[in-house]
Design a binder for this molecule. Structure first.
Ligand code: HEC
Ligand code: HEC
Length: 474
């Protein structure tokens, strides 16, 4: 097995040297000592697993589950045979998959994304070899089969879009009722759970079009490809030219556009922002109403869910100021219920975690056993005496998965205060970066957030989390 040690060594050595510029690609992308695999181990393995089987330490808590590159099909495809082109994979990895835990990785830069595609494809070929080997007559036939099953066909190019008119939408509605409504529902709300024949996997729910959040993007060409190519590995079928011509596909696209609320996709697409952090003078602010927070611009940060059916908290508004020693966050987010434990009700509380680091391009989720130089602060609704705390007993978190995800190597540090009003939490959380290094004016630090919703009874498992944001210190 691939042990954690090489990852640790990699991180420590890249810390010492700073991340190096591009090395030439290694000949075997699955070589543990090669750049692509080291990158994969830090960025992707927490979810997709060390060997690409979708079994990373965080993988089993996610729904949808991370793709098993060795056996699952790829869903976001634009080709004639339903195998992803390089461009399809680049888009999925760079833009992420909105509404799921698959965050965008465009910040790694195009060269690293390309290295990761080599790794993903190598896992896929390895899986195909394993599956097909018992049936092939010889190595040559096996190679031939593997190549056939992993090589993308030609790209389907959408015809030019006809104008989006009332008539086109009306025609689209008719096509939709015939071809799509049996799964997506007559009104697009996607309440139906079609099952793939013979599939042991849990059913994939047909998308609620009216929520306006699409895994593969909301441009016309994205929909065109979803309709023409389907979403392999799910019941979402492809619609062949013989069934519906290109203009008919565009009519449906225009009808789908009319069903979707404007702006929903952008609001639910996690990405990294720059958060400007002004300097303040005087005492550490403890009240959200402290007027010194007015110097700081609020940034809306979209959060990715752990479980799509428990996506209760989808975004936070963040402001930050600093006093030279602490970064003080003012956080606001909507939450339907306030969950505050008491001695009588020892339930998991609402909570919020902040991680700051100077490490460049850190992994999005903690890697067990990998001590990153970061500082973590946690706010939990209500304060319980040590030993009575329903989530942390100051040794290890209780409730789900006590021993793998979410144990910070530095232990939970409770800070901050929160007020619940009008179904909104407003928090003030001071964080003193120590492991991350000092605050230096003009310099930056990475910050990421995760939210815990007590009403889901999931203890230290977040309901949703952000990708890394950049703090820019005044
Ligand atoms: C926090 C968890 C997480 C991390 C980290 C993560 N992924 Fe994913 N990834 C997912 C999930 C979940 C899905 C499945 C989404 C779905 O089924 O809709 C997915 C799907 C994918 C897909 C499938 C796209 C398709 O068309 O079906 C690819 C490719 C992929 N990830 C590559 C990567 C790479 C490369 C990395 C590292 C840079 C990475 N992922 C990191 C959770 C993650
Ligand atoms: C047999 C059931 C079924 C039929 C018929 C069907 N779909 Fe789907 N569709 C699904 C499922 C299941 C998903 C969710 C796949 C996923 O989340 O990975 C989906 C997803 C989608 C999405 C989301 C794409 C994205 O990027 O997230 C769109 C748009 C869509 N379907 C449109 C259509 C249209 C238009 C038709 C008719 C031409 C259609 N579907 C017919 C089952 C179906």
């Amino acid at each position: 097995m691939h042990a954690a040690t090489p990852i640790v060594l990699f991180v420590l050595s890249s810390l010492a040297s700073g991340i190096r510029a591009q090395d030439p690609p290694a000949s075997n992308p699955l070589d543990d000592d090669g750049e692509p695999m080291k990158l994969y181990a830090v960025q992707c393995s927490p979810c997709h697993g060390e060997r690409g089987r979708g079994d990373g330490p965080a993988g089993r808590f996610l729904d949808p589950a991370p793709r098993d590159f060795t056996k699952d099909q790829f869903r976001l495809v634009s080709t004639k045979n339903g195998k992803p082109s390089d461009k399809d994979l680049i888009e999925a990895i760079s833009a992420g998959i909105p509404g799921t835990a698959m965050l965008p990785f465009a910040h790694l830069g195009p060269q690293k994304v390309r290295q990761l595609i080599d790794v993903v494809r190598a896992f896929q070929r390895k899986g195909l070899r394993e599956t097909l080997a018992p049936h092939a007559a010889d190595e040559k036939e096996l190679e031939e089969w593997v190549r056939h099953d992993s090589t993308p066909g030609g790209t389907i190019f959408p015809s030019p879009a006809p104008p989006d008119t009332v008539d086109s939408r009306a025609r689209g509605r008719l096509h939709y009722q015939t071809l799509c409504a049996q799964c997506h529902g007559p009104d697009g709300r996607g309440t139906i759970m079609p099952r793939l024949p013979d599939s042991k996997d849990p059913p994939v729910k047909a998308r609620d079009i009216t929520q306006g959040v699409m895994k593969g993007g909301i441009e016309g060409k994205n929909f065109f490809h979803r309709i023409r190519c389907g979403m392999p590995g799910t019941p979402m079928p492809s619609v062949m030219k013989g069934v519906l011509g290109d203009d008919g596909v565009w009519d449906i696209v225009h009808y789908l556009n009319a069903l979707m609320p404007a702006g929903a996709q952008a609001l639910h697409s996690p990405q990294g922002w720059r958060i400007f952090v002004p300097k303040i003078e005087g005492e550490l602010p403890t009240q959200a109403a402290d007027e010194r927070f007015q110097k700081a611009q609020a940034v809306h940060i979209a959060l990715a869910p752990f479980r799509a059916d428990e996506y209760t908290i989808r975004g936070v508004a963040v402001q930050a100021v600093h006093d030279g020693v602490h970064v003080i966050f003012r956080i606001q987010y909507a939450d339907a219920t306030s969950d505050v434990p008491s001695k009588q009700h020892r339930l998991p509380p609402d909570g919020f975690a902040v991680r700051v680091t100077k490490y460049r391009q850190p992994p999005v989720l903690p890697i067990p056993g990998l001590p990153l130089p970061l500082d973590r602060a946690i706010w939990l609704a209500g304060a319980m005496p040590p030993g009575e705390d329903p989530v942390f007993d100051h040794v290890k978190p209780r409730f789900v998965n006590p021993d793998r995800v979410c144990i910070s190597p530095i232990g939970p540090e409770h800070v901050g205060s929160g007020k619940f009003r009008d179904r909104t939490w407003t928090l003030v959380m001071p964080v003193k970066p120590e492991r991350a290094g000092a605050i230096v004016s003009g310099e930056t630090m990475g910050v990421s957030f995760s939210v815990f919703d007590g009403s889901l009874r999931r203890g230290p498992l977040p309901v949703s989390f952000s990708t890394w944001q950049t703090l820019v210190f005044e």
